[in-house]
Structure formats: C-alpha cells, structure tokens
Design a protein around this ligand. Sequence first.
Ligand SMILES: NC(=O)c1ccc[n+]([C@@H]2O[C@H](COP(=O)([O-])OP(=O)(O)OC[C@H]3O[C@@H](n4cnc5c(N)ncnc54)[C@H](OP(=O)(O)O)[C@@H]3O)[C@@H](O)[C@H]2O)c1
Length: 281
Amino acid sequence: MLKIALTGADGLVGSRIIELLNNDFHFIPLPQVKMDITNIEQVKNVMDGIDFDLFLHLAAYTNVPGAEINKELCFKINRDGTRNIFDTVVNKGKKFIYISTDFVFDGTNPPYFEDSAPNPIAVYASSKYEGEKIVNPLTGKKAMTVRIAYPYRASFEIKKDFFRTFKSYLEQKKPLKMITDSLMTPTFIDDIAYGLKHLFNNFSPEIYHLVGTQSLSPYDAVIKIADTFGLDKSLIGKTTYQEYIKDKAALPKLANIRSKKNNFYEMKTFQQGLEEIKKQL
Ligand SMILES: NC(=O)c1ccc[n+]([C@@H]2O[C@H](COP(=O)([O-])OP(=O)(O)OC[C@H]3O[C@@H](n4cnc5c(N)ncnc54)[C@H](OP(=O)(O)O)[C@@H]3O)[C@@H](O)[C@H]2O)c1
C-alpha cells in the first residue's frame, strides 16, 4: 500500500481526504504539534523518523483577510514552510504534491487552465504562488502542484467553508448581500479526494486543476443553497464586486477555473455537490 505522509491532515480538506481514502492508502499525518513546518530542524528530525513514498503538503496559513495583517507569518508558513518540506522530501528522493489555489490567478481574463499565467493580487495568494514557484515541475524535481478552488463539504465543526457559512446565515434568517458580477468555482471536497486518489496512483510532475465543473456568481451559488435546502431566498440581496471588496483583501473577480487535464475523475457541478451533501446529511 502506498505510504503517504501529509501536513494539514486535521484541516478542512485534509481530514476529509483521510476519511474517504483511509482504506486505499497508508496515511502518516504530521500535525503542527509534531512538526511545525517553519522549523527546519524539526522538519528534518521528523522526516528522518518516518518512511513514506509520497508527501502531500496541505498545511498553509489559509486566513485570506488575516494574511493582509499578518503578512510575515503568512509568507513564513506558505513560502518558507513549503521550502523546508520540499527540500527535505526531495533530498530523500520522494514524490511531492503541493496543494495550491485558484487565487494565484488575477481573475481578469478567464477561463484559467493549468497553463494559464498566475498573477496573484493579494498576500495569501502571493504566498501560495511563492510556494508554487518552489515546487515548480520545471525544476525537474518530482513535484506536482494541484490547484483547488472554494472547497466545501457536508460537515466539519472546526472550519466553515463557503457553503456552510451561507447555509448557516440563511438558517439564522440573516439578510445577505451577494455579488452578482463575479465568478467562483466551488469544488466538492469528496471529488478532490477521489481525484487525488487517481493522482497518487498515477503521479506525474505537472500542474493539475481539481475543480468543480461549474463557475457561477456568489449570488447564484447562494440561491442554489437556498433552493436545495428549502431556505428563504428573499433574504438574499445583491451587490457588486466593486462594492463588496471595498476595504477587503482583493479577490480574483472572474475566478472561472477549468482543467484541460482532468480526464480521470468527473468533478461535480455545485448543484450536484449540494444534492450529494443533502444525501449525506
Ligand atoms: N479552504 C479553501 O478555501 C482553499 C481554497 C484553495 C486552496 N486551499 C489550499 O488547500 C490546502 C488546505 O486548506 P484547508 O482549508 O484544508 O486548511 P485549514 O483547514 O485552514 O487547515 C490548515 C492546516 O495547516 C496546518 N498548519 C498551519 N500552520 C502550520 C505550521 N506552521 N506547521 C504545520 N502545519 C501547519 C494546520 O495545522 P493545525 O491544525 O495543527 O494547526 C491545519 O491542519 C491549503 O494549502 C490551502 O492553501 C484552500
């Protein structure tokens, strides 16, 4: 059985990957308490003590607004931490997968494919792109980058995603103002897990996008949440991208992210993902 060591195993995405694929792979989770990725000595010591075939690097500073204030910490974790892990894994001659984000694109000229040019427009996005540059397959090293976008799942107490945040607002009867003139590409985390299952077994040092098959505006996305779960649509008002991002971390406006390479796992549309979640709940 393939042995996969991973950071970020307790996070929103990592914990679901383990839940779904635990019978297919031998996972070796490396939580921050055991291995702080910003501490190179600790990284080397921990890595020397484990045996693995492939390293999945999910850990990141993921608070997008927080990154604007804590820029140094964000770069320390997402750039320097990634370098610490990557160098150690490469020195051991093992395979490496870096999880990145659609936010590396500026959102001005969609759609964005695996070979589109990144141009991050805020701190978190820049730090993730710095990580991408470190593991770039063009370096000739055994590294893959997998970009994901707006991951969501049925439940996870520790962190709310886009879907559960807005579902819970509607349940609390909170009036909302959602953007009508931007695009996002929500991705069902179960699909990310099954797509990764293929990539673990068919490793190739390239960039892949594992993203939902539908891009839509945040307004349309929340309307779908309301429709699917029988919540009150009259709470959902409209706003524009310009109005929304005033005084906020910049977000790519037209984050229509697609894949030219994913011919191995059929990713769900947002509607299909919501229907699946309804069955799971
Ligand atoms: N969530 C999104 O909307 C989204 C979108 C696109 C891409 N991504 C990418 O997907 C990956 C997973 O995201 P997520 O939302 O699942 O993350 P998350 O729930 O915020 O979890 C982040 C994980 O990183 C770990 N971590 C943070 N600092 C660390 C450090 N110094 N040393 C070791 N571990 C550290 C945390 O460990 P502890 O719990 O032990 O502190 C936690 O498990 C990230 O690379 C992120 O950039 C996420």
